[in-house]
Design a protein around this ligand. Sequence first.
Ligand SMILES: [Mg+2]
Length: 285
Amino acid sequence: MTSRPLIFTDIDGTLLDHFDYSFNHAIDVIEELNERHIPIIANTSKTFAEMEKLQQTIGINSPFISENGAVIYIPIGYFDEQPKDTVTQGYYWVKEFCPPRQHWLDLLAQQAVEFEDEYVGFSSFSVEELCEVTDLAPDKARLALVRHYSEPLLWKGDDVRKQEFIAHMTSLGAHMLQGGRFLHIGGESDKGKAMNWLAQVYANHYQAPVTTVALGDSGNDSAMLEAADIAIQIKSPTHDFPVLRKKQTIKSQECDSKGWAECITATVLTPSLVTSSTSASLTGA
Ligand SMILES: [Mg+2]
C-alpha cells in the first residue's frame, strides 16, 4: 500500500522568512501540494488567532498545531468523523495536550520571584512593545498576544541565569522551550507528540500508512524533527542548525521559505532527486 505524505511545518523562519514574514518563495510549491492534495499542517508556536488568519493568507484549510504542540485545531468536517478525545470549539474540533496559560502565569508569579527582573512575558507586553521586539505589524502583534496554553518570555539576563531559571521552572513541572526569539513556558507537550497524534488520525482516515515530513529551523522544532520519518532542517540567517539526536536530516542550502521550497521539491514532489541532483544535502545531524 502506498504511503501518503503529510507535511508538518514550522512557520516562523521556516515557511515564513525570519525578517519580513513573507512566503513568496514557497507559493508555487504550496500550490503544487494543494493540487496533489498533500496536506500542509502548520506546527508552530503561533496562536490560534494568528494561525487562523495565516491559513487564509497562505491558502490552506488543513488542521494546524498551535503553541508548540499544546493544541490541535481541526476544521469541523475535515475528517469524516470527529476524532476521539477532541472537543468542539467554534468551527473546530480541538485536541488539547496541556493545562491552560493561566496555570503557567500563576507558577511564574508565585515561584519565580527571584528571576522577575530578568525576563518580560507576553502578558506584560503592550501591542507597541511587541511590535518593537518582533517587527510584527500592530494587527499581527495583537493576534500574537492572545495565547491560551503557553507564555513566551523575552530573556534579558545572562546565559548562566537563564539556565538556572530553566532548571528551576522545569523542577516545578514546566516545560521550557527556546524558540527563535522567545523562551516559552508551557506544559509537557511538544511538536512531536502533537504531530504523531494527528498523523495517526490521518492514517485512520486514509486507511493507509502515512509518511511524516517535518520542517523546522529552531530548537523548538527538535521534538518534531526527531519524531518525523523525514526531517528537514531549514537554514536560518540568524543561528546555526540545532543539533538533533536523529542521525540523518536534510539540511536546506537556502534560508527560510526558499529553503522550504527547495527541500519540499527535493523530497516530496520529486523524491528521486533526494539521492542525486538535489541541492538539499542529506547529512548526519
Ligand atoms: Mg521557527
